[in-house]
Design a protein around this ligand. Structure first.
Ligand code: ZN
Length: 206
């Protein structure tokens, strides 16, 4: 499966000058929501991810995603793995399990994101369910930004990756691209201005 092509065709792999939530600038941006707006395509991608996970022969009871970004990919992954799906969300900044979701003792959970960058939200989501008795067996995402190491990937794990190194990360593709501190950004030096992707309220097609 040509994941990069799928992202490009869905206008989800953007080229420009972006201000990331980390405060850094970048020439590229991944907008998984644009891929996931097609339910059939989402299902196909999740099935492909499930195939990788099944190869590893890990027992999984439940898929858990951090809201909001991970919910669509996690829900489709749960369908493909024939597992239960739950999500965590931030309450006053703390990732929490709400909505009446329950965890059984030693329930085997895989955390699923759309994209793993440093894995910060994924790890917070893992902590929320671990504190309630779950056992985290793996992490997963449609795309890996290349800071953490996925099963089958070629990159070295970076010091900014927050995921535990004794747990596998499954993802369909590595999307590595440079990010810059604003004062060292070559795009700024060329005179353009970084903008926050995804902050527009929708583009009207005419
Ligand atoms: Zn810049």
């Amino acid at each position: 499966m040509q994941i990069k092509n799928i992202y490009e065709n869905a206008n989800a792999y953007l080229k420009g000058h972006f201000l990331l939530s980390s405060g850094k600038h970048s020439e590229y941006y991944l907008q998984s929501a644009k891929v996931l707006e097609d339910p059939k395509l989402s299902e196909k991608l999740a099935k492909e991810l499930a195939k990788e996970i099944k190869k590893a022969n890990i027992k999984i009871d439940t898929v858990c995603s951090p809201a909001l970004g991970g919910i669509l990919s996690g829900y489709e992954l749960a369908r493909a793995l024939n597992a239960r799906f739950i999500f965590t969300e931030r309450v006053d900044g703390v990732m929490s399990l709400r909505r009446g979701f329950e965890i059984s003792q030693d329930e085997k959970i895989i955390i699923c994101e759309d994209i793993i960058t440093t894995g910060g939200s994924a790890k917070e989501s893992a902590k929320a369910v671990k504190d309630l008795g779950a056992k985290i067996v793996a992490y997963s995402a449609l795309a890996n930004r290349g800071y953490c190491k996925r099963v089958g990937g070629n990159n070295e794990v970076s010091s900014i990756c927050k995921l535990e190194d004794d747990l596998p990360l499954f993802a369909l593709e590595d999307f590595y691209f440079e990010t810059y501190e604003p004062d060292k950004c070559p795009l700024c030096k060329d005179g353009s201005t970084a903008y926050k992707p995804g902050s527009n309220s929708g583009i009207k097609h005419t």
